[in-house]
Design a binder for this molecule. Structure first.
Ligand SMILES: [Fe+2]
Length: 267
């Protein structure tokens, strides 16, 4: 841990779950509340249909030893070793892969964007580099833990259009839940690392000393709900146990607020 890293000051005024409204969305983007939950975002039949369609979809794995399956792509996979052009060129295939799942069930991404747009007075759309859209709506199937990390594009991706955002949220829709465990904990210690020009600081596998004593919010994924939180706060997911024969299928993306106030989505 760097000696020059100052302890982040807490910013939350509430650690409860809030409803999706214009005011709460602004408070979440400003990191003043811990979370928004959209209860009953999808029916049990839609959840079952989505999980079944995802399992028949073009599921890929980061490597053979872990069990985190995904459909689509994640922009952060391209940050270090691959170019922005390679990233943008892969977007259409990723989009086709998730649309195949949506066509067999329902489209949680479009529904979520409609819900956000209904609550927000500026445009809600995919993030773009010039005219070219990012991918949003990565589907995952896993019960594995996810180590303490932050997702904050101004520091993670300064050379991308999303580097200009002034607030970053992550939403997840869960079509299936675990038998036990798998809860997500968010720590209100907003990330503000010392940045060396030309270097992207490590944002994954963070030291827990960074969040010691910080206010925390823990939630359990419940099938049919969407939960949204501010991903500049360090967060982690505990390992879980699947239902017999099950997994945990989810879909999610980031939502950033651009300087003009419009919201942009990417995964
Ligand atoms: Fe994250």
């Amino acid at each position: 841990m760097s000696a020059v890293l100052e302890r982040a000051q807490p910013t939350w005024e509430s650690t409860a779950e809030h409803e999706l409204t214009r005011e709460n969305l602004a408070l979440l983007l400003d990191n003043r509340i811990s979370a928004i939950r959209i209860r009953g975002f999808a029916t049990p039949a839609e959840c079952a249909g989505f999980a079944a369609a995802a399992k028949k979809g073009r599921m890929q794995y980061y490597n053979v030893s872990d069990r985190i399956g995904y459909i689509g792509l994640a922009q952060y996979q391209y940050r270090w070793n691959r170019t922005k052009e390679e990233f943008l060129a892969d977007v259409p295939q990723a989009r086709a892969d998730v649309e195949e799942v949506f066509a067999q069930s329902f489209d949680p991404l479009a529904r979520l964007m409609e819900r956000l747009q209904a609550a927000w007075d500026r445009p809600v759309d995919f993030a773009r580099e010039g005219e070219r859209p990012y991918f949003a709506g990565i589907i995952r199937s896993t019960s594995d833990k996810i180590d303490l990390h932050v997702d904050w594009a101004p520091v993670n991706s300064p050379d991308y259009a999303i580097g200009a955002i002034d607030g970053q949220l992550g939403w997840n829709f869960f079509a299936e839940e675990l038998e036990s465990g798998g809860h997500t904990t968010v720590y209100n210690a907003p990330w503000n690392p010392l940045v060396t020009p030309g270097e992207i600081p490590k944002s994954y596998g963070l030291d827990h000393a960074l969040v010691e004593g910080a206010p925390r919010f823990t939630y359990r994924a419940t099938a049919g709900d969407v939960v949204i939180f501010n991903t500049r706060n360090p967060h982690e997911v505990a390992p879980g146990t699947c239902m017999p024969g099950g997994s945990r299928v989810s879909i999610g993306s980031f939502v950033g607020r651009m300087p003009a106030g419009n919201l942009v989505l990417w995964a």
